[in-house]
Design a protein around this ligand. Sequence first.
Ligand code: PGA
Length: 249
Amino acid sequence: MRKKIIAGNWKMNLDINESKQLIENIKNSEFDKDKEVIIFPPYVFLQLAEEELKDTDIRLGAQNLCQYDDGAYTGEVSAKMLKALGVDSVLVGHSERRTIFSENDQVINTKVKQGLENGLRVVLCLGESEDIREEAKHEDFVREQILKGLDKIEAKIGQLIIAYEPIWAIGTGKTCDPKDAEKMCKFIRDQLASLYGQEFAEKTRILYGGSVKPENAKELLEKENIDGALVGGASLDSKKFLDIINYEV
Ligand code: PGA
């Protein structure tokens, strides 16, 4: 049985007081402890979040990391720094990083490596654009992202989490049809099986992301191959986020 993950990607939102309040609302509420909860605040609130999350089961994630170890990389944050701060997981290859900040598969591959080598769990994000989906090339495209992103990466079971996030569904309110999302997550699992073997594939969590909200969470999360959700917008509202964790509308 794969434990479901509900992850909140705050992106570049909220100020320090709002961040503190959001964490307090989540940690002081009743939620289904059979799910694993991870929050991904901006870098500058990680320390605050780490203090707030002590003595809770909620895990801390970072939205990005640098592909290099350390040195003259102005403005960057290393995997080692994140690890020392108590960060558990890191997002790599989010479509906003790929499109707005021009991160290519080679950079993403190096970031995956950095994260894993420094003991962070890596949430590798994948997903096609609307054009690619319309041309029915989404499977080939995502396969390519997997092969390049995980090239020469030796991941152990539990270290890698995948988030399938079709770009056209991110922040648009357009959710992928749960049947299509399930199909893609199964497709991704099959790719993992050819790369790392059946056991690895069976035990790796594959999340869906893209306009997840309380109204559609249940239908998505009950699918066999969807092991959780990466939630953007709705994770900024504690009630919505908790309703997603508890599958309530
Ligand atoms: P969204 O974002 O839920 O606002 O669509 C998801 C994500 O980008 O991870």
